[in-house]
Design a binder for this molecule. Structure first.
Ligand SMILES: Nc1ncnc2c1ncn2[C@@H]1O[C@H](COP(=O)(O)OP(=O)(O)OP(=O)(O)O)[C@@H](O)[C@H]1O
Ligand SMILES: [Mg+2]
Length: 242
C-alpha cells in the first residue's frame, strides 16, 4: 500500500523565535525527497519538530502519515506509526545497547542479533559496535552506519535524515546512500534527506528537491534543481524575510 507523509502549514518556535513559518511538503512511499537550504533556514528545526523534541514548540500546522496526526503523539508512538528520524547530532545513550533500543522501538526480537549482524555487514560496520552503548564513543561515520541498521530492522514507512552526509568519508557516504536507495525498493521506504551536498545525489536519485529558506519551502523541482543551486547558490531563492 502506498503511504503518504504530509506536512502542512507547519509553524515552529524555537527559543522564542518562529523558525518554521508555514512549511509544506507531501511525499509518498518509495520516493526520495531532498531538502537543501542555507545554514539557519530551519532544516534541523523541521527534523526536531518531527521527532517531538520538547524545545521545539509547534504553533500551527499538521504532520500526518496516511491521515494520522503525528504531532499529538509521543516520539515512540510516532516511530510506531512508521516515522524514523536520524538527527544531525545523534544522541549518545549510555547504558542502552543497540538491540535494546530496537526492541523498545517495536522491533521483533526474533533472531534480532543475527539480523543486526547481517545489516552491519551490508554497510561495512564492525560488528563489535553492536555491543557498545548507542552512539557512545562511535566516530561520526560509525554512527551514521549504525543508523542504517536501525533503518533496516525497523523498516519505517518514512525515514527523515538530517545531514546524513556530514562528516562521512567517501566510502561511508556511498554505503549510506546505497542502503537508503535499496530501502526505497526493498520495502518502499520514503526517504526525506536533508543535505548540503550534491555528491549524495549521485547514488541516491531524488524524486524531488525542495529548497528551504526562511523557514519555508521556496522552490521545488527535479534533480536539475541541485545543478542550479551548485551554479548560483541560494541567493536567487532568498525571500525578503530570510
Ligand atoms: N535549540 C535552539 N535554541 C536556540 N535557537 C535555535 C535552536 N535550534 C535552532 N535555533 C535557531 O533556529 C534557526 C534555524 O536553525 P536550524 O538548526 O533549523 O538550521 P539549519 O537549516 O538546520 O542549518 P544548518 O544548515 O546550519 O544545519 C537558527 O537561527 C538557529 O540559531
Ligand atoms: Mg541543520
Amino acid at each position: 500500500m502506498t503511504s503518504t507523509l504530509k506536512i502542512e502549514g507547519l509553524r515552529v518556535e524555537v527559543a522564542g523565535k518562529e523558525v518554521l513559518r508555514g512549511f509544506d511538503l507531501t511525499m509518498h512511499s518509495g520516493e526520495v525527497h531532498v531538502i537543501m537550504g542555507p545554514n539557519g533556514s530551519g532544516k534541523s528545526t523541521l527534523a526536531h519538530a518531527l521527532t517531538g523534541h520538547p524545545g521545539y514548540k509547534v504553533l500551527d500546522g499538521s504532520v500526518t502519515i496516511d491521515g494520522v496526526e503525528l504531532l499529538t503523539l509521543s516520539p515512540t508512538e510516532r516511530a510506531r506509526h512508521g516515522l524514523l528520524l536520524a538527527l544531525q547530532q545523534p544522541l549518545e545513550v549510555p547504558g542502552v545497547r543497540p538491540l535494546d533500543l530496537l526492541v523498545a522501538a517495536g522491533a521483533d526480537p526474533t533472531n534480532l542479533r543475527d539480523r543486526m549482524r547481517a545489516e552491519a555487514e551490508r554497510v561495512e560496520l564492525r560488528p563489535d559496535v553492536l555491543d557498545r552503548f548507542v552512539n557512545v564513543d562511535l566516530s561520526g561515520g560509525e554512527r551514521k552506519r549504525a543508523e542504517m541498521i536501525q533503518l533496516a530492522i525497523l523498516r519505517p514507512k518514512f525515514a527523515v535524515l538530517d545531514e546524513i552526509d556530514s562528516g562521512l568519508d567517501v566510502d561511508a557516504l556511498g554505503a549510506v546512500a546505497r542502503r537508503l536507495s535499496m530501502a526505497t525498493t526493498e520495502w518502499d521506504c520514503g526517504v526525506l534527506a536533508i543535505t548540503h551536498f550534491r555528491r549524495l545525489l549521485n547514488e541516491l536519485t531524488p524524486t524531488m528537491i525542495h529548497v528551504v529558506s526562511g523557514g519555508r519551502v521556496v522552490a521545488t523541482g527535479g534533480p536539475e534543481l541541485s545543478e542550479i543551486l551548485e551554479r548560483d547558490g541560494y541567493e536567487p531563492f532568498r525571500t525578503p524575510q530570510s
